[in-house]
Design a protein around this ligand. Sequence first.
Ligand code: ADP
Length: 461
Amino acid sequence: MKYSLRTKLTLSYIFIILLLVSLIFFFTNVVLEKYFQSYIIRQQEERNKEVVSLINQQYRDDVWNRDVIEDIGIYALENGLIVKVKDLKGNVIWDATVHNNGLCTQMLAHMAKNMESRYKNFDGRYVENSYPLYKDNLNFGVVEIGYYGPFYFNDSDLDFINSLNKVLIGIGLISVLLAVVFGTIMARRLSQPISRVIRATQIIARGDYRDRIVEESSTKEIGEMTSAINNLAETLEKQEALRKRMSLDVAHEFRTPIATLQSHLEAMIDGIWKPDAMRLKSCHEEVLRIGRMVRDIEQLAKFEGENLILNKEKVELSELIQTIVYNFESDFKNKGVELKVTGNKCIVSVDRDKISQVIVNLLSNALKCTPEGGTVEIKVAGLEKDAVIIVKDNGIGIEKEDLPYIFERFYRADRSRNRNTGGSGIGLTIAKSLVEAHRGKIEVKSEPGKGSEFTVTLPYS
Ligand code: ADP
């Protein structure tokens, strides 16, 4: 059986409160009452002694002051003590039972009733204590004090105990009520954001990633949970947008070469164009271009994946650059562009292949965009916190309006020219993904007609 958070919380509050009130109830009724009983017994003893001391003073010059003794006896009787005073020979000087026997029995019956109302099987009975009377160390008589024992509660004692219990029951009831109220409030505060998270995840599960939880919670874990769900929705939304854009971009990029191929082939089938070597070569180039694009898209999908795995190792950047430069040397020579390598040794912990790919992409772009007679310079510098690779050319440069977009996939600054150079607009996107996977950044400065400068910043580890 599953219970709601609200029921569980309220029940646990009530349980704790009931436990606490029962404990207090137990302690007051068992422990406190024990103290109260011994207090009552001590009080009884004190009262007896007081009566004895008062009577002791009523014997002077072998004469009993019977009037005062009677007053004391009546006063004692009113307080639950049955007093009997005797001289040495056993003659009764004053006896409460003789004075008012009816009152004595009535009083004892009342006490027995009081005690039975409190304790079901109270073992109470009439108790009588004898106290000898002395004057100048000479015994002159005896006082017998009878009462209901071993102890008894008078009406006000009983009232005190009953009121205490009533107060405790009141506190218990109020506490249970408060537990229900607080339990409900707390449970609502906890369950509301949880229900909201459940709703949000259900919406996400349906494929709608736009919903965000805006309600703030003062509970740390709930705050973390809502922000985790928001992050999840945001990531899924981004992925979804990326996926849609990728499909649209791919379709858009393939439409032109395929249309060109289609029209060329149709013209040849219809006999408008002769399928000579030149026309077939042009079709072949178009097919090669589509092939390159497919390869680039595959590579991009691999590098742009969230879980791009880096096989990091210690790499000396100047050495790595030098190796790449060797492969490029003939291309640069053929085009008549000078390639300069400068900088000092710098060791970083990176994925060798992935950083090579970045450098290759930047160098091939620089070569493509630098006319004959131009210079491309690649420089490495070890700064305090990061290592920096700069690829600088004095080529055609990039227009200001193109600069913000050149790292976006399929973006080509000059489409007609790039068509000829065979670029698909993915090289820089791949470079950026790889650099960012290393927690680095890639930046560009460029001026049309003057050249461009790409700066890659990589943390040492
Ligand atoms: P592509 O495969 O077309 O080179 P990139 O993503 O590498 O795609 O580059 C995007 C665009 O940025 C290029 O089409 C080009 O117009 C511009 N670009 C890149 N590098 C340079 C550079 N060094 N000089 C001038 N333009 C550049």
